[in-house]
Ligand binder design. Structure first.
Ligand SMILES: Cc1ncc(COP(=O)(O)O)c(C=O)c1O
Length: 452
């Protein structure tokens, strides 16, 4: 063991292909269904909203999918991202554990999201699309698509969940700096938004509502396609550059993780780090894989595994996933990117197969962990990423209690530089741990679509 802290891959070790876990799943993923017919959907059903290259990736079972050279060229602006050993945090915790984190906050937008916004913008541009519509929770995805749109000459329209729009004005400024338009959701611009506003004019909004608005715009305009920042297979696929790099970097560090950890909103940064490790686990690697979510929106830990809509307005196909019900409104916490009722079908599937574990923590415990991390390592985590930090610290403390070393790898999916209001609120003792409304959850689950 050396005292090396950063494990950096040269640019020529940037992965040449994304890894598709669908090729190695012991049981095939249940297909998405058409909500009208209950039958599996085909490419034509998705063609109004996605470009063909993306649809092909969505259903592919090829193990490796080449990353186009123009996409790798943009990736080179910040990738390969660093793997860092959190030596100072280990010391502060007095743990025998070795803690490594993959840092995705080095991207221009500050998170893992450009790993997929760049290829999505590229494929749309290749197919002649001029405009993209999308949703964003905390604003990380919206600014990532705005960034990618600016590189590939696409207009970008972002529906931003209203509570985050109010909490994070500089995310909107960042989107506008990249040339995009940012609209608070629910908005009066769409039927889906108007329906929510009619019932609740002060609605905080949710990712489910913002998705409905963005899909409605794409479905109703010939010049516009929709881009999704998480959940779907192609998004998880694009994120696997994280795990492929991490495997090589952990080898440089001479370490194999006992546990791999990431936070889960729609599941994409988790998939990005975890899926290459699940491949290795299926081949015999002894590794636990842990997904971390907020107790206020406990999709994997309390949700039902069922077919459901991806959005609140019921414009999307039905996908089989852990869900709190598409009408469930999570309380307004500071981790906007984790306030989603569903989970990536592929992440849900591997949870059902027992290949991963899931755990949940309240936001104040995550902020406490984020502070400990920032004070030891210097990086201020995004509130979403602080859930992974919390789980990593829990593992490190368990190692200390057992008096045994263990190697922990977690994904620090983004920095929190645009989320400082949440840190201000936390430091002022104003942050609460709002519980979800059990009656509302039961009602949302009771409204799950019947699938024969
Ligand atoms: C920094 C960060 N981490 C995690 C997430 C959660 O999304 P996902 O589960 O798709 O990685 C988000 C979503 O906005 C985010 O901004």
């Amino acid at each position: 063991m050396t005292d090396q802290t950063k494990f950096l891959l040269p640019e020529d070790k940037l992965p040449k292909a994304w890894y598709n876990l669908a090729a190695d799943l012991p049981v095939a993923l249940p297909p998405p269904l058409h909500p009208g017919t209950g039958q599996p959907i085909g490419p034509d059903d998705l063609a109004p909203i996605f470009p063909m290259a993306v649809i092909a990736q969505e259903v592919s079972t090829e193990r490796w999918i080449d990353i186009p050279e123009p996409v790798r060229d943009v990736y080179r602006l910040w990738r390969p991202s660093p793997l860092i050993r959190a030596r100072r945090l280990e010391k502060a915790l007095g743990t025998p554990a070795r803690i490594y984190f993959k840092y995705e906050g080095v991207s221009p937008a500050g998170s893992h999201k450009p790993n997929t916004s760049v290829p999505q913008a590229f494929y749309n541009q290749q197919e002649g699309v001029k405009r993209l519509s999308t949703e964003t929770g905390a604003g990380q995805w919206g600014s990532s698509l705005a960034f990618a749109g600016s590189l590939f000459g696409l207009e970008v329209e972002v529906f931003m969940v209203r509570i985050s729009y109010n909490q994070k004005p500089y995310r909107r400024a960042l989107m506008e700096t990249y040339g995009a338009t940012c609209i608070p959701s629910p908005s009066p611009l769409t039927a889906a938004g108007r329906a929510v506003l009619a019932k609740d004019p002060d609605s905080n909004g949710s990712l489910g509502i913002a998705i409905s608005e963005a899909v409605e715009i794409a479905a109703s305009r010939d010049d516009t396609k929709y881009a999704l920042g998480s959940v779907l297979n192609h998004v998880c696929l694009h994120q696997t550059v994280i795990g492929e790099e991490a495997l090589a970097q952990m080898e440089m560090a001479g370490a194999t993780p006992d546990v791999v950890i990431a936070c889960t909103g729609g599941g994409s940064n988790f998939a990005g780090l975890a899926f290459p490790y699940i491949r290795e686990k299926l081949k015999g690697m002894n590794v636990r894989v842990v997904a971390v979510e907020p107790t206020s929106c406990p999709t994997l830990t309390k949700g039902r595994y069922a077919y459901d809509f991806g959005d609140t307005g019921h414009l999307t196909p039905l996908v089989k996933m852990h869900t709190l019900g598409s009408t469930f409104m999570p309380p307004g916490t500071h981790s906007g990117g984790l306030r989603y009722h569903g989970m990536a079908p592929m992440v849900s599937h591997v949870a059902e197969l027992g290949l991963i574990e899931a755990t949940a923590y309240p936001q104040t415990e995550c902020f406490a962990a984020a502070l400990a991390f920032a004070r030891a390592e210097g990086i201020v985590p995004a509130p979403e990423s602080s859930h992974a930090v919390k789980a990593a610290i829990v593992e490190a403390e368990a190692a200390k209690a057992e008096g045994k070393a263990r190697t922990i790898l977690f994904n620090l999916s983004g920095h929190g530089h645009f989320d400082m209001q949440s840190y201000t609120d936390y430091l002022a003792g104003k942050l609460k741990d709002p519980d979800y409304d059990q009656v509302a959850l039961d009602r949302a689950l009771a409204e799950l679509p019947a699938v024969g």
